[in-house]
Write a protein that binds this ligand. Sequence first.
Ligand code: 0RA
Length: 649
Amino acid sequence: MAEDKSKKNQKGNYDASNITALEGLEAVRKRPGMYIGSTDEKGLHHLVYEVIDNSIDEHLAGYCDEIVTTIHKDNSLTVKDDGRGIPVGMHQKLQKSALEVVMTVLHAGGKFDKDTYKVSGGLHGVGVSCVNALSAELTATVHRDGKIHQQTYIRGKASTPVELKGETDITGTFVTFYPDDEIFETLEFRFETLAKRLRELSYLNKGLKLLLHDERTDRSETYFSEGGLSEFVQYLDEAKTPLIEKPIHVTGKKENVEVEVAMQYNTSYSENLHAYVNNINTRDGGTHVSGFKRAVNRIFTKYGEENGFFKKLKFKISGEDFREGLTAVVSVKVPEPQFKGQTKGELGNSEVTAIVSQCVGEALSHYLEENPKDSKRIIDKVIIAATARHAARQAREMVQRKNVLTGGGLPGKLSDCTSKDPGESEIFLVEGDSAGGTAKQGRDRQFQAIMPLRGKILNVEKALEHKIYENEEIKNMFLALGVSIEEKDDERHLNIEKLRYHKIIIMCDADVDGSHIVTLILTFFFRYMKPLIENGYIYIATPPLYLVKKGKNSVYCWSEEERQSAIDTYVKGGASEGSIKVQRYKGLGEMNADQLWETTMDPEERKLRRVQIDDFNESDRVFAMLMGDEVPPRRAFIEENARYANVDV
Ligand code: 0RA
């Protein structure tokens, strides 16, 4: 990270390394976003990951078994580890204790420890000094060499010397910090957010015990995985039916790159690949993922051909066929990772492709030779996948060719808008013809298109792909949106170049049936049009639940609280309870066109919810649970999430 050289040192009597140190942390406070991504809730939680990652480095070096994270009542947070403890001796060049250097110099974390490269790291891998810079106060307590040493910092600067606090027979580092309210928009840690990351870290670092305690609610969880990635894959596939007895687990190391992979085939039709570099999720894949795919293609093709399994096939098997119903986690530890792409979510190191491909290839060929029954099952599934994909390709091409023949005609049911500018155009996908009619009357036709969806939407989680292209509603969605599925480089992609609307708004009744239909439509978008979600084009409309009326006045309400407060306001204004009428809207159909416009469609007044995926692991699990066929986990899942109420996809 570039240091800010433009700042003049006012006292003029520091040596060069001191100046760098001071200016380094000032740069972090000046542009926190550059170091931790943002200063919202996400950034706040990155502080915690950053501290924990330093402890994980101790674990990776072989010295730490347990990390305890505690959220305190005053919104401070403590991370304790049982590692070696940050060294406290004098740093010769900087004439400060090593502890102070680690805490106050940008990137100083691993400098004393050349044997183990630093592999962990938060999203930005910036080190604990950034956390210090962004904390109103931070205290580091080190148990080392039989003594307890402690130092406190305010906004990144030491406010006490390193003090001797007593004797000890343990080792470890405890860091307690108060995120700075001058920096962060919110100071409130979320148990669920931290729990998710700790669970993930426990799978990625088998044998490491991670505890989370929330003193505000006295809630505690412990995360520990003996099986590591294999257990991770089983967790991801909880709602799916496995095809082979247990996941295939691969470990290997070449040229200082550590490779670990677990893969399991299930009876579903979706591919579910997750990849990590130094414990960081790479959502856009990269060279490690290419290496994995290459190995799977190569080894299964070879195995299938050598055993004559593909003889009867009249078409080529594509890479995707080998990965249908495959859930896999690929984790690599790379000494100097290079991240690419807009969100730095893609590994760029080119040497990693061959390394992963070799490690996975060797292990996989070995597995196939040793487990002929499982291998046959997988190959049979691949052949079914290839056959289905061939049928789907034909069905899709037929639909897409027909579209071209009819001049790319739009579906008859679509009431299009006048504007041809996708940036300003919206399409409402409306449940039912009658609500569709009301929406058509109520809309601003300049930029709002209406498409009614009739009857039951297909549950794509359970349907074979070619069935999808036979479904009228789904065909109409492709047509109306102007998107198409194309095959390139042996993989399918959604082409959204001709997308006709940048707001795609799902509008359903505000009841249980309505929310079920929203989920069905979202499942379809998630499985077949994910780029639309990733680009932030999918929204959910929120019609009001109540109209509270008093004479000529009326207020729309979106919740129980709003309803009660509307009633209270009328009563305070002198109205009798009897003169207040509450109308409960059960469906869109109970509103007339004007009401629907004012409450749900008018950009000035409506409240749209944008559909976001911030956790791809969870999203796949959620859709498989809600829409798949394993009922018991679904019940447990709904109960669990009803309690904590955040199915936020
Ligand atoms: C520098 C050098 C060594 C360990 C650490 C830093 C260290 C940092 C953190 C941050 C949180 N927990 C930590 N534990 C250790 C190596 C120490 C040695 O060689 O003994």
